[in-house]
Design a protein around this ligand. Structure first.
Ligand code: ADP
Ligand code: MG
Length: 401
């Protein structure tokens, strides 16, 4: 798999359309968290340094029918100018005369941000006509938003077929990290899959059996597997109608030589609340009136012992109800172990998922992971082995040049 990067493109004097994600949390027109803007800065500044004119394209929120002032990208202009330390101009439409005029009059060294692409119905329909209108503004297309790569939208997919295209630095970083962890990992490779439900991660589990050597199943979804093995799980979160599926996954894994690591012991409580009275019991001994809220000490030690033997770790889903202490212990302990092994350069570690990122940050382990993907849906679809339209077009574009 190959894609062009900023290194392969001649940008001098060119109008460079950069698909970014400026969809940051805002309140009353003020940016509350500029993390996403910080992350696109390297690409924009590099394009400027190479003599290109950066023209930024982005969606913002989910407009339902055309223009909506609350979802205008204009509100991020001051924060973007601050992050980039450059003048940022704004075009009140991303296509047509207004946009063309703004591009033509853009002074060298300045940046242009176009209005929300989703104000046009053609964006989410991946409409080729709309993509042509966008492409008419630039000579080169750069996609720097992995987080939207799973959507076949015009500014992500169709446009890349119309212009010489490449990945921005942020996109490149994410693609390299995910490829290293999943497509050609150094072995043995272990996945930690937790979270609440088997049903939401079924495709993920199925897909991982092939590429993984070991899969740790934790969190609420482990309960369904314990039930499938005939264990009583009391009042635990458990999808009893998924037991056949869980058994099928265990069979498939066995046939494919992928070791499934389930909890050996579990922490149970009668109530789902902070510091609820709790006890640790064997995985087949959850009291009928209790629920499993975390993995126990033996399970943690077992997971850590496996981690000592592997070279690559990929993680999605917490091992327990980490939001309510002390049921964060398994997630935190295992996260810190992965962090330590990563710091010691014994493993490469990649993690992603909304709650996973929150849990890893809370545990203090996140900064030591090799890569934390904030891409949410795109990260999960990548892990599930799906082709992401925004990535596929970059690969096609590189192949045709
Ligand atoms: P992600 O967003 O990272 O993909 P999920 O949404 O699949 O993760 O799962 C996270 C949720 O799973 C958390 O809210 C956590 O409290 C819950 N969870 C994990 N283990 C348990 C459990 N044993 N019982 C109830 N909820 C659990
Ligand atoms: Mg979640």
């Amino acid at each position: 798999m190959a894609w062009n990067t900023l290194d392969n493109m001649d940008m001098d004097g060119k109008n460079v359309l950069i698909r970014v994600d400026v969809n940051v949390p805002c309140e009353n027109g003020k940016v509350l968290d500029a993390t996403r803007l910080d992350r696109i800065a390297p690409t924009v500044l590099e394009v400027l340094a190479k003599g290109g004119k950066p023209i930024l394209l982005s969606h913002f929120g989910r407009p339902t029918r055309g223009f909506d002032l609350a979802l205008s990208t204009q509100q991020v202009v001051p924060a973007l100018a601050h992050v980039l330390n450059r003048r940022v101009h704004f075009a009140s439409s991303c296509i047509g005369q207004v946009a063309r005029d703004s591009v033509e009059t853009l002074p060298d060294g300045d940046v242009l941000l176009l209005e929300n692409t989703r104000f046009h119905a053609g964006e989410t329909r991946n409409d080729r006509g709309f993509a042509k209108d966008l492409a008419a503004l630039g000579d080169i297309y750069v996609n720097d938003t992995f987080s939207t790569a799973h959507r076949a939208h015009a500014s992500v997919a169709a446009i890349a077929e119309l212009l010489p295209s490449c990945a921005g630095r942020l996109m490149e970083e994410e693609l390299s990290a995910l490829t290293a962890a999943l497509s050609k990992p150094e072995r043995p490779v272990l996945a930690v899959i937790g979270g609440s439900k088997v049903s939401s991660k079924l495709e993920l589990l199925r897909h991982l059996i092939g590429p993984m050597d070991q899969i740790v199943i934790g969190g609420g979804m482990a309960n369904t597997f314990l039930a499938a093995l005939g264990h009583n799980v009391g009042q635990s979160l458990c999808e009893h109608d998924m037991q056949d599926t869980a058994r099928a996954i265990l069979e498939e894994a066995k046939a494919d030589n992928c070791e499934i690591i389930l909890p050996l012991d579990v922490v149970t409580a009668r109530e789902f609340k902070e510091f609820a009275e709790n006890q640790t019991v064997a995985a087949d001994a959850c009291p009928r009136d209790s629920m499993i809220l975390d993995a126990g000490q033996k399970s943690i030690e077992n997971i850590c012992k496996h981690l000592d033997q592997v070279k690559t770790v990929i993680w999605n889903g917490p091992l327990g109800a980490f939001e309510i202490p002390p049921f964060n212990i398994a997630t935190d302990t295992v996260a810190l172990k992965v962090a330590e092994l990563t710091e010691d350069e014994k493993i490469l570690s990649v993690a992603g998922g909304g709650d996973t990122v929150a849990a890893l940050k809370k545990s203090g382990a996140a900064d030591s992971f090799s890569y934390i993907s904030t891409a949410g849906g795109a990260f999960l679809e990548w892990m599930e082995g799906k082709t992401l339209p925004g990535v596929a077009v970059l690969i096609d574009s590189a192949a045709s040049t």
